[in-house]
Design a protein around this ligand. Structure first.
Ligand SMILES: NC(=O)c1ccc[n+]([C@@H]2O[C@H](COP(=O)([O-])OP(=O)(O)OC[C@H]3O[C@@H](n4cnc5c(N)ncnc54)[C@H](OP(=O)(O)O)[C@@H]3O)[C@@H](O)[C@H]2O)c1
Length: 346
């Protein structure tokens, strides 16, 4: 079956032109055009409408991802970002033309898929783009992180870095629903005010000159759980505030993605101070990858769906228009953050 309405003859793709050195530059990525691919037997063709720009992509496109433990992505590859789109051709019985789907479809207009890893979206559940934000991988990462942390009693003091971002805003929403006392770190008074309205008991501006003092006033040294989305120098401010026996939960390290192995050698070595704090305070350190916990997805969708139905404004997205803006929107994640989930509409 074919849905002609959406067919076009050109497929624009954001491809890797050069492995970034440090902060990604717009011209590390290029937009190329080619013919729309045609699905083989067992494949689908999806017309993408929403592309997700995610910090983790910076690791994928590095010259030596994760210190060289994964091979680099070949130059010319379509950047494999998540996307939401509509099936326009289907050679599979399990997906019909017109179905809305989410998956790692790549930063392009049209994507072929075998159906593996695709999630069907019901547009009656709300705006389809939320499947890339609070109802998608960022929200799921927040849910998984709190699950990995283990049972958290009401009133648990939870400190969250990158709190106004896609994952952090979902942590705040879950914290409010579960009666946790969440304190968010974000840049600027505007974002902090938004956090206080949307689940965070308090928020601290990381750009304030007296940030460390403000943070200490907000949490004392009573942090039960540090939900870390950024890594980097923020850890220096947080470690002295951890409660004895508290947990450091590493969700992401986006402050370090430009230089995961200290190639540039600019910063000081934080490992000795980190280990000393772990020992002195008896800290538990955990990390997780959401894909290792896919069995939690139905429970996540049920809880987060109910939270968003009760307060739709909590699921904020920041929308940039146009395929040509994808490289700049991606770069902005690291230079000029926004509130909520960053998306590009194409
Ligand atoms: N473990 C997993 O399975 C998993 C899954 C998805 C994502 N992640 C990770 O989770 C983290 C958050 O992802 P996201 O999608 O929420 O990203 P996001 O929407 O870009 O939000 C991240 C926030 O971090 C703050 N930030 C950025 N650079 C920073 C820096 N150098 N120092 C301090 N804060 C900084 C920014 O807020 P302010 O400027 O307001 O502070 C930004 O809003 C990333 O590290 C990502 O890789 C992990």
């Amino acid at each position: 079956m074919v849905l002609n309405r959406d067919m076009d003859s050109i497929n624009r793709r954001v491809v890797l032109r050069a492995h970034p050195q440090g902060l990604v530059r717009d011209d590390d990525l290029a937009i190329e055009q080619g013919p729309v691919p045609q699905p083989d037997e067992g494949q689908l063709l999806v017309r993408n409408h929403w592309l997700s720009v995610d910090p983790m992509i910076r690791i994928f496109i590095d010259a030596a991802p994760l210190g060289g433990s994964v091979p680099p992505m070949p130059i010319g590859t379509t950047v494999p970002g998540p996307a939401v789109g509509q099936v326009i051709r289907s050679n599979r019985p399990d997906f019909a033309v017109g179905d809305w789907v989410e998956g790692r479809l790549g930063w392009q207009d049209y994507a072929l898929s075998s159906g593996q890893g695709l999630n069907r979206i019901d547009p009656d559940d709300g705006p389809v783009e939320l499947a890339l934000g609070m109802l998608g991988l960022p929200g799921f990462s927040a849910f998984v992180g709190l699950d990995v942390a283990g049972p958290l009693a009401q009133g648990t003091i939870l400190l969250v870095s990158g709190a106004a971002g896609a994952v952090g805003s979902a942590v705040g929403a879950l914290a409010r629903a579960r009666g946790l006392h969440a304190i968010g770190i974000a840049s600027g008074p505007g974002k902090c005010a938004w956090l206080r309205k949307t689940g965070y008991a308090d928020a601290v501006d990381r750009t304030a000159p007296d940030f460390a003092e403000q943070l200490a006033r907000a949490v004392g040294d009573r942090v039960d759980l540090y939900f870390d989305n950024v890594g980097g120098p923020m850890m220096d401010s947080v470690l002295p505030l951890m409660k004895r026996g508290g947990q450091v939960l590493i969700c992401g390290l986006m402050a370090q993605y430009d230089d995961m192995v200290g190639r540039e050698g600019g910063g000081h070595d934080r490992l000795p101070a980190f280990l000393a704090a772990v020992m002195a305070r008896g800290l538990i350190v955990k990390a997780f990858a959401n894909i290792d916990h896919l069995a939690l997805r139905p429970a996540f969708l049920a809880e987060m769906g109910a939270i968003i139905r009760a307060d739709p404004a909590i699921a904020r997205v920041h929308v940039t228009q146009g395929m040509e803006q994808v490289p700049a929107a991606f770069r902005r994640l690291f230079t000029d953050s926004v509130v909520g989930k960053s998306l590009v509409r194409i």
